[in-house]
Design a protein around this ligand. Sequence first.
Ligand SMILES: *Cc1c(COP(=O)(O)O)cnc(C)c1O
Length: 349
Amino acid sequence: MSESLLPNNIAELKAYSSAKSEKLTGTTWLNANESPYAKEFQLSLNNLNRYPEPQPENVINAYCSYAQLNAEQVLMTRGADEGIELLMRTYCESGVDSIAIFTPTYGMYKVSADTQNIAINELSQKLLLDAEVSEINEAVGKAKLVFVCNPNNPTGSLTPINKIAALAKSLEGKAIVVVDEAYIEFCPEHSAVSLLQDFNNIAVLRTLSKAFALAGLRTGFLLANSSLLAPVRKVIAPYPVSTAVALIAEQALSSDSVTQMRRQVSILNGNKERLKTLLNGSPKVTQVLSGEGNFVTLQLKDKNDIDAAMQQGTIMRPFSLYGDENWLRISIGNEQELEQVRLWLEQPE
Ligand SMILES: *Cc1c(COP(=O)(O)O)cnc(C)c1O
C-alpha cells in the first residue's frame, strides 16, 4: 500500500550491495579494502547529555595540519559517502541536473544520484585517461559534478594532477570536479589538494576508512575552498558528528597516529607488490590491473576458482567488468592474509 506513495526513482532502486551487506562466513577478509591493522581506543565520556560541536574543532584542526589546509576548507562528514551525497544534494536539482562518472568506478556515485533522481552521464575510465581535456569537457556535457576517483576503485588507475587541473580549468563556471581520494594515502604524491590554491571548482573527498584503518568509525572529510563549501554547510545535518566519533577521530589524527598510518601504508604497499608477483605468475589469472590503492584487481581464467577460496574462508570481492563475470578484487592484507591468497593460488587446477 505504501508502495504507491513512492516516487519512481525510489521504487526502481536496487539496494546497493556493499562488500559487507552479504552475509558471508570467512576467516580472511580481503573484500572491502579495509586495513588489517586494528587499533584500540579508550574513551571517557561524561557529557553525552549535550549536543556535540557541529564541526569538532580539534578534529578539524588536526586534519588541517595533516592535509595542510585552513579550517574553512575542511568539512567533517559521516564517511566520504556522506560527502558524495552532500555534494549532490547541494549542487544538483532533482529531476533536472546530472553528474558525470567514468566507469568502471566506485558504485556509490550512482546510488546517491539514483536516490536523488539525478541523471548520470556515464563515460568511460578510458576516456578520462586517454582523451584530450577538450574531448572530455565536451563528453561531460551539462553535468554539474564530474567524479574523478583517484586512484580509481576498482582499477587502481591514476589520473595525473595536471590533467585534473586542466579539466577543472576547462569546466570553470560550468561544473565541479570532485576528486575522490579515498586511497590517496597509498600514493600521497598524487593528491589534488594543492590545486585548491588555484581552483574554486575542485572538491576533494577523503576518508579515515582505508589507510587510517577506521572503516567502523564512519568518518570522512570534504575539502574545498569556502565558496564551494559554504552552501554544503547549510545542507549538512546540524549535528552530523557524534561526540564519541569526534574523540576517536582526534586521536587517530595525532602526529603519532599519522606516523603509524604511514608505516602501515608502506608495509601494505610492499605486500601489494608481492601479491602482484604471485598473481602474474599464477596460471589461474589471465590479467592483473595493477595500480595504486590497497587492492589489486584481476581477471580469472575460471570464475569457479572463487568458490574454492570462499570455502577456505578467504573472502575476496568478485564482480563483473566489461561484460565478464570473472573479475576479482583483492584487498591488501597482512602477511598471514597474503599467505592464504598464495595457498589458494598455488592449489592445482
Ligand atoms: C571506500 C570508498 C569510499 C567510502 O568511504 P567511507 O568514508 O567509508 O564512506 C569512498 N570512495 C571510494 C572510492 C571508496 O573506495
